[in-house]
Ligand binder design. Sequence first.
Ligand SMILES: Nc1ncnc2c1ncn2[C@@H]1O[C@H](COP(=O)(O)OP(=O)(O)OP(=O)(O)O)[C@@H](O)[C@H]1O
Length: 599
Amino acid sequence: MPRPVRLGLAALSAVLGAVLLAWPFITDFYSYNASYYNGVVAAAAISGILTISLNLAMGYGGMMSMLHTGLQLVGGYAAASLTVKAGLPWPVGIALAVPVGAGLAAAVLLVSLRATSLYFGMITLAANLIVIEAGRAWEDVTGGVNGVVGVAPGSLSKVAFYYVVLVFLGLAYLVQRNLMRSGVGRASLAVMESPDTASAMGVRPATTRLLVFTVAGGIAGVSGALYALQLGFINPDVGLLDNGLTFFVGLFVGGIGTLVGPVLGVGVVALLVELIKDYGRYTTLILGVALLMTMIVLPRGIVGTFRASRFGRVDDGEVSGEAEPEASLPDGILPEPPETDHPALEGRGLVKHFGGVKAVDGVDVAVRAGTVHGIIGPNGSGKSTTVSCLTRFHALDAGEVLVFGEPSPAKAWQVPALGVTRVFQVPHLFEQQTVLDNVLTGMRRREGYGWLAAVLRLPSYRRRERAGREAAARLLAFAGLSGRAHRLAGSLSHGQKRLLEVVRAVASGPRVLILDEPATGLTPAEIDALGRLCRTFRDRGLAVVLIEHNVEFVMGLCDEITVIDGGKVIAAGPPETVRRDPKVLEAYLGRPDLIEEVA
Ligand SMILES: Nc1ncnc2c1ncn2[C@@H]1O[C@H](COP(=O)(O)OP(=O)(O)OP(=O)(O)O)[C@@H](O)[C@H]1O
C-alpha cells in the first residue's frame, strides 16, 4: 500500500529548499550586503538543525528537553578543541561533535529512565546547568568563562561555509524523516501516547526513548560545532537557557511533531528577529509574545494547521467499513504453535493483592492452543488483574506464569517475544497515528531491520518495510478496515477502534491473544465481525483468551470457560458444564439479567 503524498507540504518543502539553495545568488544580486544576509540565513539554518533535534526529542519522543543549549555547547567545545587546540581539520571537529552530543544525551537519559515527563524536564534543566558550570570551571579544555576563540572552517569562503551548513541541515532533516518514517518513529510515537500499549506490542519504552534522545543529541552536537565555526568562538554563555528561546519558539511556530515545521518555524523567527533588529532589547519580549500567540491561535503551528486543513489532508479514496468476507487472514501472519502438550498459557497459583484487596487470590488457569478460552465473572471479581498478572503488567505476589511450558519473563515488554499479546479493556489505540501505522506498530517486533538501516534507507530496510506494509494492508482488508488505512486512528468509530486493536495485536504474530472485554459498546453486527475474527484465529491454531461480560457471546464462542469470583476460580470447563454450575449461578445473584443468560 503506497504512502499517500501530501502535495501541499511537498510543494512547501520544495520551495523552502529552492530558496535556501539560491539564497547566496539572490543576495548577491539584490543586496550590497550579501555577506551579512548569507550569515543571517546560515545562522538560522544552524538553529534549524538544533530545532530538528529538539523536535525529535519533544515532538516525536515526548521528552521535554531543557538540555538542548547544553548539547549545542558541548558540540561547540568538541569542534573548538579539535580545530584550535589540536589543530585538526574542521570536518573532524564536526564529526567528533556527533558522539559528544549523543553521549551527553544518552548519559542524561540513562539517569532519568524512570522519570515522568515533568521530572525528565527538571533533570535535563539540572544537566544543562551542570554543563554550563563545567564549561566555566574546566579551563584547560573549554577556556573557562572566556571560552575558545579562533575557531574557523579552514580557508572556506563565507558562501562555501553557507553551503556546508545547508548540507548538514539537509542531513539532519533526512535523519529525522527517515527515522520517524520507520518502525523506530512509529514505536517512539507509540511510547509517547501509551507506554503500556507499546509494551504490549513488545516495544521497550526505555530503549526507544534512549535511541531517539541519543540521535537528537548527535544532531544537536553538529549544530554546536557549526555554531562555533560560524561565530569563531564558543563560550559557556552559549549554553544559557535564554538562547533556547529561538528554538522553542521556532518549533512551536513551525509545528511540533512535523517534519518540516522546525525548519520553517526557525525561518519565521529569524525573519522576525531581523525585522525588529533596531529594537534589539525587545527581542525576548517579542519572541515570548510570538510563542504565546502561537499557542493560542495556532496551537499546532503552521505546518500542523496546514496538515489538518482541507489542503493538507490526505485523500485516501473510498471509505468502506464493511468486512470483506472473501478476504482471508493472510499467510505468514500467525506462527505455527510449537509441538508441545503444554498449554499455550498457564497461570499457577496467581496471587495479586492491592493493600487489603485480594484482587487475585490463587488463580489457576490453563489455555490451550487452537481454543477460545473465556474468563468471566461479576464486576470487580479479578478478571483484568488476572490478565495483567499473566502478561506481567502486574508483578506477582505469588505464583508463576508459563508459556508453552516455559517460564514467562518478568517484564511486560518481554512477554510479546514469547507470542503473548493483549488488548486492553479501555481502547488504547495510538490515536495520532494512521490506522495503517497502528498495524505496523503491532509488527515492530518482527520488522527485521535496525535504526541505522532505516536512516540510511538500506535495501534491507526497503524490502522489509514494503513486506510489512503489504501484510498490514491485507490484515486491514481482512478486518474490513482497508478503506480507512490512511485516516488517523482517532477518527474511527468505537467499533472500528476495537477491531483495529485486535488486528494490531494479531499483526505482532501472537500464539496467545488476550482480549479484555472487546465486545463492550459494539453493535450486534460488529460483535458478529469480532466473533468471525476470533473463530478464524482459533482455526489457525491461536489460543484466544476472552474476558467478557456479554455471556451470550462468550457461551457461543468459547471452548473452555473459567469463572472467577472474589479473586478465586469458582468453576472451569466447557460452556455447557459451566452454565449449570450452582456456584456460577450463585456468583451472579443480584444480577438477574446475567442469571437468565447463564442458565
Ligand atoms: N491498580 C489497582 N489498585 C488497587 N486496586 C485495584 C487495582 N486494580 C484492580 N483493583 C481492585 O481489584 C479488584 C479486581 O479488579 P479487576 O479490575 O481485576 O476486576 P474485573 O473482574 O476485571 O472487573 P470488571 O469486570 O469491572 O472490569 C477490584 O476490587 C478492584 O477495585
